[in-house]
Design a protein around this ligand. Structure first.
Ligand SMILES: O=P(O)(O)OC[C@H]1O[C@H](O[C@H]2O[C@H](CO)[C@@H](O)[C@H](O)[C@H]2O)[C@H](O)[C@@H](O)[C@@H]1O
Length: 316
């Protein structure tokens, strides 16, 4: 196999110094037109392209952005990622996808590698437990999605608004006995913000709250809904559509048809399997698009840091 040429080889073949080749590659001044032409000719003849690590060491951009998802199997995150990709491609960026599994330590490791590789920018699906200290050095080239953090650009969903929309809809149908399947309050958005909005609505409208907490899985919906059925509910709000799929599956197996199941996220699978469900379109696609646009604008210097909230609406 032929050895890869280095900048030193190009310098020798062109009869110039290494720094001159570097200046030609960087398109910098201080090189005569004749010398530039000679170096470019050698580069062309030898089909030379600097290795990625050499480019990174010199501060070149390889036009790569990283997307750090929390879970590769999350329907909501997949929707957001799919909406981002065309925007990155249009601007000549190659996206790479990494997974955090909600581990701050893993995000730290990913960021270290991304820094060494001179990656241009990062969209990070945020979660509780990430520290500002770790992320602040990235602030100009990072957008956080699904969570906010002071001093960083972010795109969030309207967690409380989604629960309010569902509760208002149920109340308008005179449904007053509503249960809630949520997730741990250690999860600030899907957990704490959605559960608190449910509690606050119940308090404001003199409804008795019935809350059970589980995980972000359909198994949780399946396993937890029996506890709410014991409390004679007419409807249940699930903190996500994935949880709602599990709850619906249980009701289907038990042939229970008089409990209205509501979810959050407008997951097409929920509507396909259980079209009688009610859900809120949170705007995962719009969120992904907004995050990609914001990152691109930060990278080309046309935008400052921004905190955006995508409004939700009842799915039809
Ligand atoms: O079942 P899914 O489609 O995966 O949706 C569940 C929720 O996923 C997202 O929230 C979770 O991940 C966020 C990062 O993307 C994180 O900030 C949050 O704490 C997690 O709960 C999504 O943001 C929610 O809208 C979905 O309901």
């Amino acid at each position: 196999m032929q050895n890869r040429l280095t900048i030193n080889d190009i310098a020798r073949l062109s009869g110039v110094g290494k720094s001159t080749v570097s200046r030609v590659l960087n398109n910098e001044g201080n090189v005569s037109p004749q010398t530039r032409e000679r170096v470019l000719q050698v580069i062309e003849q030898e089909h030379f392209s600097p290795s990625k690590s050499a480019r990174a060491m010199r501060g070149f951009s390889d036009k790569i952005v990283a997307i750090i998802v929390s879970r590769l199997d999350s329907p909501s995150e997949n929707q957001a990622v799919r909406a981002m990709l065309p925007l990155f491609y249009q601007q000549g960026y190659d996206p790479i996808v990494l997974e955090s599994q909600f581990s701050a330590e893993r995000v730290k490791e990913h960021l270290q590698v991304l820094k060494q590789r001179n990656i241009d920018g990062v969209v990070l699906f945020g979660f509780t437990g990430l520290s500002a200290q770790m992320l602040t050095p990235w602030k100009d080239k990072l957008v956080m999605l699904a969570r906010d953090m002071p001093g960083l650009s972010s795109v969030c969903y309207d967690d409380a608004g989604a629960v309010q929309l569902l509760m208002q809809k149920l109340l308008a149908q005179d449904i007053r006995s509503v249960g809630f399947i949520g997730v741990s309050p250690h999860d600030t958005t899907t957990g704490q913000r959605r559960s608190e909005a449910y509690r606050a609505f119940c308090q404001e409208h003199h409804l008795t709250p019935h809350i059970v907490l589980g995980e972000l899985t359909y198994q949780s919906g399946f396993e937890l809904i029996p506890q709410l059925l014991d409390r004679d509910i007419q409807a249940v709000i699930c903190a996500s559509d994935t949880i709602a799929i599990g709850a619906q599956k249980y009701l289907q197996q038990q042939q229970i048809r008089d409990v209205q199941v509501c979810g959050i996220g407008n997951n097409p699978l929920l509507h396909f399997l259980f079209p009688q469900s009610l859900s809120v379109e949170l705007g995962y696609g719009a969120g992904g698009e907004a995050a990609a646009k914001q990152l691109l604008a930060q990278l080309d210097g046309s935008a400052t840091l921004q905190q955006l909230i995508i409004p939700g609406q009842l799915a039809v």
